[in-house]
Design a protein around this ligand. Structure first.
Ligand code: NAD
Length: 504
């Protein structure tokens, strides 16, 4: 058990979180007066009622954003100034880190230590990365047309962008979306997930305090099918950037196409495979695989949820991973320690909702019913109380057609099967409609090069798992997404290129 004392975390009342819409740097209630409750997944209690933005509210936010784009942002402000404001926002996040960490932890169920050590610093790093990149991203001169003619390209901000984000990394996904858009000169209408709106609402206060002009950044909390759809269909939004499920990504693409053909970037789901070859260090591979599937309780688009192990080390690897699951389940110190209190070492949190917990338990039953072997976990966590925990779960001996192999579970459930040759391993790994991430564990350098090259995934980790950095592009092959976030690609995605032909 933890040796750290439990933290005193402010109550939600003490944190005084705004619960309204944020338009033109002011908070106000929705025009319909409707609200949506947000619930603490660690105990099932309602934290707050948050305003639900209507179509009229979205219209007003878009008008504010358009006016700011034409008068106070975009090409009206030097790129270095936009970068300076992003750095100021990052400073304010650091100043309020404890409040933000408490809030994110209460709203999403993440361990507070994880928010402090990962979500928050990663969000700040993303803001600072784009603050630095803002004035270092420009077009080309193309001198191919003779001495009196040349062409240059200009990257112009796209304009008003809708941004729709999920609940699994509320603050980090906010930063991934907001930082490149503001750096590029775009104005924003943001919709956080209705399940975790609080850190996004807190950030509105900091946006204003940082001195970002009114109307540049607006937030319209609400449900996906109404507020989210109003953004996706809006005729005066130039781009929508989305992170979430494949089903919603498809709906947003259709809405965008049916309205003004706005540009769309999609970061969607995954069913990421890990290949463990016979030369791998089994203990290390088990450590990385445990991190890959149990970090954020498996509610991670890059969760390493399928593992393929060489037949010669199959049972040894399963035994090593089982030990990690059991260490997690009994709450030993380490990365995966469970507590529904705000304990310093808490990191294995609950699932986001009762519905998500029941969905995950349903997947586990389906795997067992189809004939797989339940190696570890499989149930609601007995320590859960009214929280939504599911035990770290391992399901072995799965077949490629099983539902648990094909579909994204989005919970702490990993499926394992064996292979005998490298080409069989690659066929199994690539037999998925997803292509977000993958991992390879091997001590054979040539095999590492061959296999990483052959995997269908936007990110491949070799002898590790889960490393992300704001300077490294992120996105999916196949149905895992459209476009890229982060790095220079992430900034480019908020610009459009103009080619200017000069005749001297
Ligand atoms: P979701 O698709 O249900 O919701 C995501 C967001 O979309 C929420 O804000 C929601 O309100 C909104 N939304 C729902 N229906 C909408 C509609 N019809 N029109 C417009 N907006 C709508 O996804 P989720 O359950 O919040 O998140 C889990 C999913 O997100 C998983 O599939 C996961 O893999 C994926 N995800 C992907 C990444 C990535 O970067 N690739 C990162 C995190 C999560």
């Amino acid at each position: 058990m933890s040796t750290h004392a439990a933290l005193t975390v402010p109550t939600i009342g003490e944190l005084s979180i705004p619960t309204g819409l944020f338009i033109n740097n002011e908070f106000r209630a929705s025009s319909s007066g409707q609200t949506v409750p947000t619930i603490n997944p660690a105990n099932g209690e309602t934290l707050l009622e948050v305003s639900h933005a209507s179509q009229e509210d979205v219209d007003e936010a878009v008008r504010a954003a358009r006016k700011a784009f034409e008068t106070a942002w975009g090409n009206n402000v030097q790129a270095s100034e936009r970068g300076a404001l992003l750095n100021k926002l990052a400073d304010l996040m650091e100043r309020d880190a404890e409040k933000l960490a408490a809030l994110e932890s209460l709203d999403s169920g993440k361990g507070i230590r994880i928010v402090r050590e990962i979500d928050l610093p990663d969000s700040v790093a993303c803001l600072r990365y784009y603050a630095g990149l803002a004035d270092k991203f420009f077009g080309q001169t193309i001198p191919h047309f003779g001495k009196d003619k040349f062409v240059y390209t200009i990257h112009q901000p796209i304009g008003v962008c809708g941004q729709i984000i999920p609940w699994n990394y509320p603050l980090l996904m906010w930063a991934w979306k907001v930082a490149p858009a503001l750096a590029a000169g775009c104005c924003i209408v943001m919709k956080p997930s209705e399940l975790t709106p609080l850190s996004a609402l807190y950030m509105c206060q900091l946006v204003k305090e940082a001195g970002i002009p009114a109307g540049v950044f607006n937030t319209v909390p609400g449900l996906g099918a109404t507020t989210g759809d109003a953004i996706s269909r809006h005729m005066d939004i130039d781009k929508v950037a989305f992170t979430g499920s494949v089903m919603t990504g498809r709906r947003i693409s259709i809405a965008a196409a049916e309205s003004n053909l706005k540009k769309v970037t999609l970061e969607l789901g995954g069913k990421s495979p890990s290949l463990i070859f016979e030369s791998a260090n089994i203990e290390e591979a088990a450590d990385w695989s445990a991190l890959g599937i149990w970090f954020n309780s498996g509610q991670d688009c890059t969760a390493g949820s399928r593992i393929y192990v060489h037949e010669s080390i199959y049972e040894t690897f399963i035994a090593a991973l089982k030990k990690k699951a059991e260490a997690c389940a009994i709450g030993q110190a380490g990365l995966f320690v469970c507590s529904s209190d705000y304990d310093e070492t808490t990191s294995f949190g609950p699932l986001i909702s009762e519905a998500q917990r029941d969905k995950v338990l349903g997947y586990i039953s389906s795997g067992v019913d189809e004939g797989a072997r339940l190696v570890a976990g499989g149930k609601k966590w007995s320590k859960s109380g009214n929280g939504y925990w599911v035990e770290p779960t391992i399901i072995a001996d799965v077949k490629p057609h099983f539902k648990v192999v094909q579909e994204e579970i989005f919970g702490p459930v990993v499926v394992i099967s064996k292979f005998s040759t490298e080409s069989e391993a690659l066929t199994l790994a690539n037999s998925s409609t997803f292509g977000l991430a993958a991992a390879v564990h091997t001590n054979d350098a040539r095999q590492a090069m061959r296999v990483t090259a052959a995997l269908d995934a936007g990110t491949v980790w070799c002898n590790q798992y889960g490393m992300l950095h704001p300077g490294v592009p992120f996105g999916g092959f196949k149905m895992s997404g459209v476009g890229r976030e982060l790095g220079t690609y992430g900034l480019e995605a908020y610009t459009q290129v103009k080619a200017v032909h000069q005749n001297l």
